[in-house]
Design a protein around this ligand. Structure first.
Ligand SMILES: Cc1cc2nc3c(=O)[nH]c(=O)nc-3n(C[C@H](O)[C@H](O)[C@H](O)COP(=O)(O)OP(=O)(O)OC[C@H]3O[C@@H](n4cnc5c(N)ncnc54)[C@H](O)[C@@H]3O)c2cc1C
Length: 314
């Protein structure tokens, strides 16, 4: 009974899975969405695509530097600017590469667990989820944002008070597409001095992106996002587009415009531990909220989670 159930197929959950595999331990990944990558996401609509979550990532520690080099060799990551890496052809590419060869149950929103002498069972709102080994998992890993891990940890009877210490800032992302000949030409990215907008990326300038349209991803500032996080997404397009026009001077009508609300976007307060593990309950938790607001932090936390399990379950 060595299989581990991992809840969440973002970078932390996938890093856990990959490191467990390297250590000879099997796992099953449960993910509520259709795809892999969590906040390393790509929105596709018709011929358009947008990285509306994580924009790029850096690699500082030797472990992640090695992993990024592997991804680059495999062609699923490329450099956008010196030291700034992106998935190619979209931000989800490294997550999809990591997931390959693992058992992933998608569109499975986990909301509880039961435990018997045989092991853990993972549940959704209809009961036990049909998945390889369900009912006999040796441990559970919650690889989801801390506020979403709190109720899951409670339902698993895990003692993890540290979860409450993590804080996230929300982020509202505006996706825009213009014809390829639109004026003026904007920089690849900018951080405008504006009360609403924190970041503008010319998404089409990232390696491997479609070139038929000029696509932009605009991120609102945390304060602005916090004030509007409960608004309807469609109501957020007009005010952010008005700020985008004011900031850039690009006044053409977009061929496509939509907004996405990230309730848990960037970690404002991490807990400062690599991961959590309740040995009695055999429940672990990991994610960017452990170490900081970066893809690399999620990777490091997932690796630490796997190392903890490989020792604890050996
Ligand atoms: C707008 C934005 C901009 C960002 N910019 C950058 C950047 O430029 N550089 C950088 O390094 N980082 C950036 N980040 C942060 C980076 O994306 C995250 O730190 C990292 O991807 C977090 O990975 P994770 O695995 O911890 O969590 P997530 O990616 O959130 O993964 C959690 C997964 O769990 C799934 N899940 C949640 N609940 C359940 C459930 N009950 N059942 C099943 N599945 C569930 C979710 O669907 C998700 O796939 C940005 C994030 C956002 C949102």
């Amino acid at each position: 009974m060595t299989a581990v159930a991992i809840i969440g197929a973002g970078m932390a959950g996938l890093a856990t899975a990959e490191r467990l595999r390297a250590g000879g331990m099997s796992c099953v990944i449960f993910e509520k969405s259709r795809g892999m990558g969590g906040r390393m996401s790509t929105r596709r609509t018709g011929d358009l695509q947008f990285d509306h979550g994580a924009q790029y990532f850096t690699a500082r520690g030797p472990d992640f530097v090695t992993q990024v080099a592997r991804w680059r060799e495999a062609g699923v990551v490329a450099e956008w600017a010196p030291g700034s890496h992106v998935g190619a052809p979209g931000m989800t590419a490294p997550a999809r590469a990591l997931a390959s060869g693992h058992v992933c149950v998608t569109q499975a929103q986990v909301n509880g667990f039961t435990r018997t002498a045989d092991g853990w069972t993972v549940l959704d709102d209809k009961g036990s989820i049909k998945a390889q080994g369900n009912g006999a998992y040796a441990a559970i890993v919650l690889a989801v944002p801390a506020p979403q891990a709190i109720p899951l940890a409670a339902r698993a009877g895990a003692d993890m008070p540290e979860l409450a210490g993590a804080r996230y800032a929300p982020c509202i992302a505006l996706m825009l597409a213009f014809p390829a000949d639109v004026d003026p030409v904007l920089p690849d990215w900018s951080r405008p001095d504006d009360a609403a907008i924190a970041w503008i990326a010319a998404d089409f300038t990232k390696p491997g992106r479609p070139q038929a349209a000029r696509t932009f991803v605009v991120h609102a500032r945390p304060d602005w996002s916090r004030a509007h996080i409960d608004d309807q997404a469609e109501d957020l397009v007009a005010p952010l587009l008005a700020r985008f026009r004011a900031v850039t001077g690009l006044t053409a009508e977009p061929a496509y415009a939509s907004a996405h609300r990230w309730r848990y976007a960037l970690v404002e307060q991490e807990i400062g531990l690599p991961c959590l593990f309740d040995a009695g309950a055999r429940v672990g938790a990991c994610g960017d909220w452990c170490l900081g607001p970066r893809v690399e932090a999620a990777w490091d936390s997932g690796c630490a989670m796997a190392d903890t399990l490989l020792t604890a379950l050996a």
